[in-house]
Design a protein around this ligand. Structure first.
Ligand SMILES: [Zn+2]
Length: 261
């Protein structure tokens, strides 16, 4: 039997492992050495891992990055729901039931693959394409506690945050990709970063449905996630240089990479 690779194998690999998933797909994993990139570059990128977009980043120059995740989840979930309800009308272990189970498995595998692919692309962009040498993100374990309060009221949105983007595997990918590219990944406590005004420090409740931060004190109007990202960046600098006032926030433009998938 002859197998062809969908991508070219890396040059000079040392080892190769062949694995097979439940659907009978074969995967080849190559082990090879990557020369650590020299990191003369500097700068900090703060990321708010989000609800509407996968990640919103801001750097010291005030440049904003919107990094989108996989957008097909709603479509896939609808298909999967349809399949499940069709299957529930069949007699268990009948031919149709078994057929629908197979289709279900295949579709959900496909959804999973596409989502992982998007997360790989997004984390690759952050770790290998963007120039900033330090990446700062919020601690997700804190967030789960916060959103528990909203859970009953907003189950659907919660599902969007914790299941659909796959933020946990995204953070893992970011971790090892930053390591490979010689970047530093810093995880900060992100408590109150979405509630606080990034200009004057005023705090107000920000339920998940509020997409824009409007400050009643200093009249700041800003995208919710951008505001949080700026707060994360500020928090990082406060932690790094506690005696310095950080004021160099300019708005230099918005970079959008929302349609990667
Ligand atoms: Zn304010």
């Amino acid at each position: 039997m002859v197998a062809t690779l969908t991508e070219e194998a890396p040059t000079g690999y040392r080892d190769v492992a062949i694995s097979r998933d439940g659907q009978g797909h074969y995967y080849a994993s190559f082990v090879y050495e990557v020369k650590e990139e020299t990191h003369e570059q500097e700068g900090v990128l703060a990321l708010d891992l989000g609800i509407k977009t996968l990640a919103v980043g801001v750097n010291e120059q005030g440049r904003v990055y919107h990094i989108g995740g996989f957008r097909g989840n709603t479509w896939y979930n609808k298909q999967l729901d349809k399949l499940r309800s069709k299957r529930s009308k069949c007699k268990q272990k009948s031919r149709r039931y078994i057929h629908l189970s197979k289709v279900y498995k295949r579709v959900s595998q496909k959804k999973c693959n596409k989502q992982q692919d998007c997360l790989h692309k997004a984390s690759h962009l952050i770790a290998h394409t963007l120039v900033e040498s330090t990446v700062v993100i919020g601690d997700l374990s804190q967030r789960q506690m916060v959103t528990k309060e909203h859970k009953e009221r907003n189950k659907r949105l919660n599902r969007a945050v914790f299941n659909d983007w796959g933020l946990y595997s995204f953070v893992q990918m970011l971790g090892y990709k930053c390591l490979l590219s010689g970047k530093e990944l810093v995880v900060l406590d992100e408590r109150d970063t979405s509630k606080t005004c990034s200009r004057c420090g005023h705090q107000q409740a920000m339920p998940l449905w509020k997409r824009t931060y409007c400050c009643p004190e200093c009249r700041l109007v800003m995208d919710r996630d951008e505001n949080s990202a700026v707060n994360i960046l500020k928090r990082y600098f406060a932690w790094l240089r506690p005696h310095m006032e950080w004021t160099s926030m300019r708005c230099a433009g918005v970079f959008t990479a929302t349609d990667m998938c």
